[in-house]
Design a protein around this ligand. Structure first.
Ligand SMILES: Cc1ncc(COP(=O)(O)O)c(C=O)c1O
Length: 408
């Protein structure tokens, strides 16, 4: 017997290792895992990676199409180039292309970025900095739950920035007493973005009140934030800031991704020290690979993920036309759809029901990290999937939602 309780069958290194008993064991583990939900979004997403229709996580799972397929065909030469060139040159090349596509010319007025293997790891670095300086943090609410979870694990005092209040009247930000304002632009899951004027006002308030501004731009490529230069504004305002960027929500590189952090001068040495304790460098192969994806979009003159999201959003909205679910943000700037349920209905119950039908989405409550009941009436559906598959998933989703609401 092997340690997993199945019949031992050592057959390295080929795929025989996954014999039937072992596979069965994994499936049982998956079922157990599903039952041990801890209420966190990633747990719902993880199950969807191995089973059924996955419209749960907001990562880039679309197909390679003709252009990106060319990248996959030359993977070995990308690897060789990554081996032969120096790290600094490779990073500079990535920065050049990434910030060009992001519309952020002024990035090069600032310190060179710090790099991590994911945006969550960038947030972990930020959390270490906050803990050391005993910073109190005002974090956008609702937003993806792991931001709050990472900060809370460092015993950081969190207060919510209510997004609805902020969008209703930006001077609400003046009333927030915390050392740090932590925003997500555009916000996940609501798809709201701050217009240029409101963004500017927040920067002015933070600079005047000497608050540190942290902005997570993970989903920038779906928004209008690629149309104007936020780095110029931040740099000229003299506000203290940390900006986080991500590639994993935009390019379908199987979660090989780069978390980027740029900060104002006074914070930089310490953030670099913390980063150095976590890693020497992000692999030059990763930089080279992601640079290829970014360049492919630059050459094409459009961001492929954005076009797919538009197409899939239209499909979803059309199959939901007669549904009881309501689109909450007609102008969403995000690669997901945030849907409202009929009054009094519960998103977690619907998500559980859909799970049993092999459809994986996310319930709304965990996004409301401060008051989970505020999200009971919502669910989130991811859009960045191959268009053909998405059509099938959207139809099945709409049909099962209809079935559900005829029975409950
Ligand atoms: C706004 C935002 N920032 C950061 C993250 C973390 O990204 P990752 O899981 O790639 O670390 C997420 C995850 O969905 C997110 O929504």
């Amino acid at each position: 017997m092997c340690i997993f309780g199945c019949q031992e069958k050592i057959a390295y290194p080929n795929s025989e290792i996954l014999d039937v008993p072992r596979l069965n064991y994994y499936m049982i583990q998956l079922e157990k895992f599903k039952m041990q939900k801890n209420g966190k979004l990633t747990r719902w997403e993880w199950v969807a990676l191995s089973q059924g229709y996955n419209i749960a996580d907001g990562h880039a799972h679309h197909d390679q199409g003709r252009n990106y397929s060319k990248i996959i065909k030359k993977l070995s030469s990308i690897f060789s180039l990554a081996e032969s060139q120096n790290q600094n040159q490779i990073q500079a090349e990535f920065e050049h292309f990434f910030f060009y596509l992001a519309g952020q010319k002024s990035y090069n007025k600032l310190n060179r970025p710090l790099y991590h293997y994911s945006c969550s790891l960038s947030i972990e670095v930020v959390a270490n900095y906050f803990r050391k300086h005993k910073k109190t943090v005002a974090l956008l609410h609702p937003t993806f739950d792991n931001l709050a979870a990472i900060l809370l694990r460092h015993n950081i005092k969190l207060v919510p920035i209510e997004e609805s209040q902020m969008l209703h009247d930006i001077s609400y930000i003046e009333t927030i007493n915390a050392d740090v304002l932590f925003l997500v632009c555009p916000n996940n899951p609501t798809g709201n973005e701050l217009g240029r004027d409101n963004f500017k006002k927040i920067v002015e308030i933070a600079a005047r009140k000497k608050q540190l501004l942290v902005i997570d731009f993970s989903f920038r490529f779906f928004s209008s934030y690629i149309n104007w230069d936020q780095y110029k504004l931040l740099h000229e305002s003299k506000v203290d800031f940390i900006v986080l960027e991500d590639t994993g929500k935009t390019w379908p590189s199987l979660d090989v991704k780069i978390g980027t952090m740029i900060s104002s001068n006074s914070l930089y040495p310490e953030l670099r020290d913390i980063t150095d304790d976590f890693l020497l460098n992000v692999s030059p192969f990763v930089f080279k690979l992601i640079s290829e994806y970014v360049q492919a979009d630059i050459k094409k003159g459009s961001i492929r993920a954005r076009a797919i999201v538009e197409e899939n959003r239209e499909v979803l909205r059309s199959v939901l036309k007669k549904s009881k679910l309501k689109v909450t943000n007609k102008n969403s700037a995000l690669s997901v759809e945030w849907l409202g349920l009929p009054p009094g209905k519960n998103g977690e119950q619907l998500t559980e029901y859909l799970n049993q039908k092999s459809i994986h989405i996310l319930p709304g409550a965990p996004f409301y990290w401060n008051t989970p009941s505020g999200g009971d009436g919502y669910i989130r559906v991811a859009l960045l999937r191959p268009a053909k598959e998405f059509k099938i998933m959207a139809l099945k989703f709409a049909k099962e939602v209809e079935n559900y609401y005829t029975t409950v």
